[in-house]
Design a protein around this ligand. Structure first.
Ligand code: NAP
Length: 346
């Protein structure tokens, strides 16, 4: 690869965002990049292949103080999880031609420091789609694994409720719970997604939360004896209604609160008293604290994928230019399954 300047198309965040994000908050721009490793540097030069659209990225569009994630810098490319190919490397752990996933720029080429980008080398089995490293074999996959098995302490026969159940994380949580022999119900925002939960992922029941006037009544319809485990992806009114329906000694994994990310002032919760009365264990978690479990997770999940016991639905859009639209779509439920952007083929 020559060291001359290359064109590098990028997605730039124009300004901090209030309310629902819009495509116009981001800009598709042509920039230049020199694809070389400076003398003595340990950076890695990447050609980006797949980008992952993730709800937490919305929070990075805010001017955050004291948060577990850093704000994006207006005027610069946004960053997120993605899959890339190593073009050049100043780090002996990575060689030209390696496939990796980790934190990369929303651009055609990125120059990253492996530790800062938590780059994982991909041992690519051609029977598994490479894009899966943005989802089931990447960050959302470990999230579902840690959140369900570690945080929820599930047992066979328990009742499990998953919100945003057809998404990148939710579809896996539901399938993990079914593999363990739990009764699993999911909520989602369209009929297509509700049907998919039952026919594709094997949920016992599913409902469209947007069509329910009374979420408490909807939950009672599916959990006449209550919920042992709630995997919360949405927060807000659904979380409040779930509290009323938890069983004694139930567990709640606080994974995400997408219903709150675009609000200026987050909604209040009214039913927290249930935590005491029902001796509920509720725990928040951040996936990056658990990355050491990644090899163990891969060992478990790859045979399950190959054996057809676990399926994964992706929603892949082509072209970096379309990445802002795909990201914004998460907050309107436009994605069906894991939202991925194909930037370049391997
Ligand atoms: P996803 O489910 O693939 O996509 C987001 C989905 O959320 C949308 O498709 C939409 O589906 C639903 N949604 C959007 N706005 C909503 C609202 N106002 N109320 C209810 N549902 C809404 O996303 P994901 O990657 O799997 O992430 C799921 C959750 O996990 C997010 O909250 C995310 O922040 C969190 N997460 C946490 C960690 C961690 O380390 N703790 C890691 C990864 C993800 P519907 O059509 O069903 O509404």
């Amino acid at each position: 690869m020559a060291e001359e300047m290359m064109n590098n198309k990028q997605i730039i965040l124009k300004h901090y965002v209030e309310g629902y994000p819009k495509e116009s908050d981001m800009e598709f721009k042509n920039n230049n990049i020199k694809l070389n490793v400076p003398e003595g540097s340990n950076v890695v030069v990447l050609m980006n292949l797949y980008l992952s659209c993730d709800p937490y990225m919305r929070n990075r569009m805010k001017n955050l103080e004291d948060s577990y994630v850093e704000s994006f810098t207006p005027g610069y490319p946004i960053t997120g999880c993605g899959v890339a190919k190593v073009l050049k490397s100043g780090d002996s752990n990575f060689q030209e031609g390696d496939l990796v996933w980790g934190m990369i720029g929303w651009e055609e080429y990125s120059i990253v420091t492996p530790t800062q980008s938590f780059l994982f080398k991909i041992d690519h089995d051609k029977n598994v789609p490479l894009s899966y490293y943005t989802g089931i074999l990447g960050m959302p996959g470990i999230t579902a694994y840690v959140g369900f098995y570690e945080v929820c302490s599930p047992k066979k026969g328990e009742t499990v409720f998953v919100s945003a159940a057809s998404g990148a994380v939710g579809q896996l949580v539901g399938q993990f719970a079914k593999m363990l022999g739990c009764y699993v119900v999911g909520s989602a925002g369209t009929k297509q997604k509700v049907d998919m939960l039952k026919s594709k992922f094997g949920f016992d029941e599913a409902f469209n939360y947007k069509e329910e006037q009374d979420l408490d009544a909807a939950l009672k319809r599916y959990f006449s004896d209550g919920i042992d485990i709630y995997f919360d992806n949405v927060g807000g009114k659904m979380f409040d209604a779930v509290l009323l329906n938890m069983k004694l000694h139930g567990r709640i994994a606080m994974c995400g609160m997408i219903s709150q990310y675009n609000l200026k002032k987050t909604e209040g919760v009214h039913n927290l008293l249930c935590l005491i009365a029902k001796r509920i264990c509720m725990k928040g978690f951040i996936v990056s604290d658990h990355f050491h479990l990644y090899p163990k997770y891969l060992e478990m999940i790859i045979p399950q994928i190959k054996g057809g016991n676990i399926v994964y639905v992706e929603d892949i859009v082509e072209g970096l230019k379309n990445a802002p639209k795909a990201l914004v779509g998460l907050f309107y439920g436009l994605n069906v399954g894991k939202q991925v952007v194909l930037v370049s083929r391997e």
